[in-house]
Ligand binder design. Sequence first.
Ligand code: BGC
Length: 915
Amino acid sequence: MTVADFVSLQIEYDCTSQVNFYKELSALQQSIGKTPLIIYKMTVLGCSLDQFQPLGNVLKVLKENDLNIVGFDMGTHSEKGALHYDKLINTLIESGIQPVVTLHHWDLPQALQDCGGWTNSSIVEAFREYADFCFSRFGDRVKGWNTFSSPWVVSHAGYGTGEHPPGIQDYVVASYQATHNMLKAHAEAWHVYNDKHRKTQRGKVPVYITGNGMPTEYSGDTLNDTSRINYIKSYINEALKAILVDGVDIQRFTVQSLMDGFEGPQGFSERFGLHHVNFDLPDRPRTPKQRLLIWIKEEYGDPEIYITDNGVATDPSRTTTDDTDRIFYYKTYIDEVLKAHNLDGVKVTKDNGFPLPEDERPLYGHFPKDFIWSTATASYQIEGGWRADGKGLSIWDKFSHTPLRVSNDDTGDIACDSYHKVEEDVAMLKELRVTHYRFSIAWSRVLPDGTNARVNQAGLDYYHRLVDALLAANIQPHITLYHWDLPQALQDVGGWENNTIVDRFREYADVIFSHLGPKVKYWITINEPYNIAMVGHGYGAAAPGISFRPGTLPYLVGHNLIKAHAEAWHLYHHKYRAAQGGLISITINSDWAEPRNPDKQEDIEAARRVVQFYIGWFAHPIFNGDYSNVMKTIIRDRSSAAGLTKSRLPEFTPEEIKRTKGTHDYFGFNHYTTVLAFPVDYGNLQHYDADRGAGTIADRAWLDSGSTWLKVSPFGFRRILNFIKQEYGNPPIIITENGVSERGPVDLNDVHRSHYYEKYINQVLKARLLDGVDIRGYTAWSLMDNLEWATGFSERFGLFYVNHSDPNLSRVARSSAAFYSSIISCNGFPDPASGPHACFNPQPEATSTPTGPPHPDSMVSFLGMDLSPREAEVGLYLTLSLLGLAVLGAGVSVSLWLTKATKTKASENIVELIM
Ligand code: BGC
C-alpha cells in the first residue's frame, strides 16, 4: 500500500455540540468504497476531563459503523496534552536545559495498535502528520529532535519475541513489517522537518540507531572480541551509506549491549557486551572489551557523537536513597567520556564533566627555606648482596626463598645491587638535587645473628661508605633502623612476638648510633609498624608470613614494636643526643578514610574507625599516651563477647604509658592513598578487620596505579595531615614516603608519576600554607625501582628505572626524576604566570652516564606536544586532572570488603579465613 492508497482525514470532535461525526464518516466511506481511512488529526473541543471520551471507544464506534479506519493519531493533538509539553519545554528552557524531544518512545496509542500498529503501512502517514504537528507546535523552542527511540526494541521485543507491547510473537513477518514501517515513518518525519521546518527552526531530526550488536559464545568471548568488531563495523558501514548515499541524518548508533548480561534462555553463555562481566565473582567486575568512542572516531571519520543516554539499573531489592553504585557508575562513564573528548579528541558534543573541585585547584607558593627534600629506599628492596661479607639471613631472605610467597618467585638476592653501587646511587641523588636520602640498615648485615654478640665490620663499612659519599655530596643521611628485614635468627626465637625483642632492638640501635651516629642527624626507629604487625603477622602476606592468629598476634607484635621504638628513642635521647645532636622518631603509615556515603552516619563512623585503627594504633600511644579509647573499647568488648577473659589488645602499664608517650622528635609519616569506608559486621570473628568493623573500597573515578591498593586520591593527603595536626598536637611532620607505582611495559616518560607527585606535593603545600600544618620535609618513594616486597619486581615505584636485563643493573632517569627535581629546585610551585622561573628547567648534576637503554630525551611528549618536563608540568596545571586520566585510566576496581582494599600487598588470607 502506498500513501496514495488511502484517504486521510482531520476530525474535530466537539463535546458541546455532540456532533455525530461517524455518521458523516460512514457516508464518506460508502462514497470511496473500501479505500482505507486514516484519521491523522483529531481535535477535541470543549470537553471537560470527565467528558473526554477515550479514543479507543471512538474508534470502536467507528469500526462498528463499517469504517475501514487503518490509522489514527491523537496524541499531542489534544490541546491539554500539547499544553503539558509546552509547559515542560518552557520550564526546561528557563532552567537552562535544552529539550531534546523524542517523538516516539514505544508508547503507541492503543487506537493505532487496534489497527495493526507498526505492521500497518498507513501508520507512516499518521506518523508524518503527528511529527508535523509537533514540529509546528514546539519547533520554535526545540532544536533537538529524535524521531524514534530504540526502534530495534519495538521490532524485536514488541513484534518478535513479544516481551514488549503489543506482545506479538512473529519473527517471520510482523517484526520485519514493523521495522520497515518505522524506517519509512522516520524518513517521512525527517523530510517533513527538512522541507518545511528546518529553515525557520534550525533544528535536527537525526536518526538514532539505538540497538545493534552481536553475541558471541562465552568460550570465544574474551576481551579480544574481533568478531564483534567486524560485525559492528559492517553494520555501521550500512548506516554510513544511509548517511552519505541516502541523506539520512544518523546521529547515533547504539551497540547492544553495554555489558554482558543474562540473555534469557541462553543465560550467560551468549554475550553481547562491549564490557566483559565476570559472573564468577560476587561484585561482577566489568572490563572493557574495546574503547568504543575512540573506535567510532577512527572508523567513521571523526563524527560528532551525542551521547543521549547512559545509566544503570540498581537491584530493586536493595534500592534505597543510598545509590553509591549509581554514583560510581556515572563517575566511571563520565570519566571515560572526558578521556575520549580531551585526550583522544573524540567529538563528544556536550561538554560533560565534573567541575574541578576547590581542593583540586593548584596552589602556587613555596615551602620554607630549610625544607627537607628527600627520596627513600629500604635495605632488602635494593641492596642485594644477601650473603655478602658475612651478612646473616633475614626473614625476607627466607620468605622470598619460599616458593609462591613472592610474585614470580623474585628475591632480593641481588635486587638493585646497591651493596656494590654506592657511587651510582649517590649519582642519582645528586641528579635529583635532594637535600636528604632516606635508606635503611639491614640489621643482619651488621649483626648477623641479630644480637650484638658479633658486629660484622664489613657490613657496617658499607653503611660508612654510603654515608660518607652522601655527606661528600652534601646530602644528609636519614637512616631507618628497621625496615622489615628482621634477622632470621631472632625470628627463630619468636621474632616480634617475643618481648625480648625489645632489648635486642635497643642493643642493635646502640651499635648503630655508636658507629654511625656522629655522622647522622636523622633517625627513624621503625618503618610502618602497621605493616609489620598486620601484613606480616595478620594477613601473612609479608615476612614472616603468619596469618593464623589474626585477632591476637598483630596486637601483640604491635605492642612490642611500640615498646622497642620507645626504648631506642630513650637510648638516643639519653645517651647520644647531647653529643650527636640528631632527631629520632618512628615512621607511621596510614591511608586516609572518607565515608563511602558522606550523608550516612554509619559510614562516617566506619571511616573514623578505619583511621583510628590505622594511624591511631601507633600514633596514639606515642603522641598521646596509650591506645585510643576507640580501639580499647571495641577490642575489649568483642573479646569478652567471644568469651575471652581479657582483651586481645595488650594493656600498657601506667609506667609504660609514661615511657612511650612523647618518644618522638617529629612525626615520620608515610602516605599513599585514600579509601572509602562503610560498616561491616563480621559477627563473632576475632580478627583485626572485624574489630575495625569496616569495609573499604576505592572511588571508581580515582586513577589507578600499578598496585591494587593504591588509587590516586591527593585530596586525602591534606586531610590526613590536618588530622595529624589536630589529633596529635601539631607535631613537626616529616613525610618519609609518598609515591606511585606502575606495572607492565616500561615507559621512561612516566607522566602519571609526575602527575601524582605534582598533585600530592601540592596538597602538602596547602596543608602547610593554608592550614598551618607543621610539615618539615617530603620524601619521594622511591629513588629507583626495587623489590616491591611480595609483588616482586613487577610493581615499580622508581624515579629511576633499573634495567634488569643489563648485567650492570644500570639506572636510568624517568621523566618524573626531572620533574621532581624541578619542584625541589623551585622549592614548591612558583606561579607560572609570574615566570619565567629558572628552576623550571634545572640542569641535572649527573656525574655518571648510565649504560643500558638510551637516556630519554629531556623533552617530554605530552598530549602530542614536545615539552620540557617543567613545561609539561605547566601543561599539567592547565589540563589538571585530565592528564592523569590519559595515562592510567580511571580506577574502576572496587574491592570487596572481603578482600580488603588496604595496602596488604596480598590480602587473600582474610578471604580464606572468612569463607
Ligand atoms: C614501604 C615501602 C614500600 C612502599 C610501597 C611502604 O609501605 O615502606 O618499603 O615499597 O610502601 O609499597
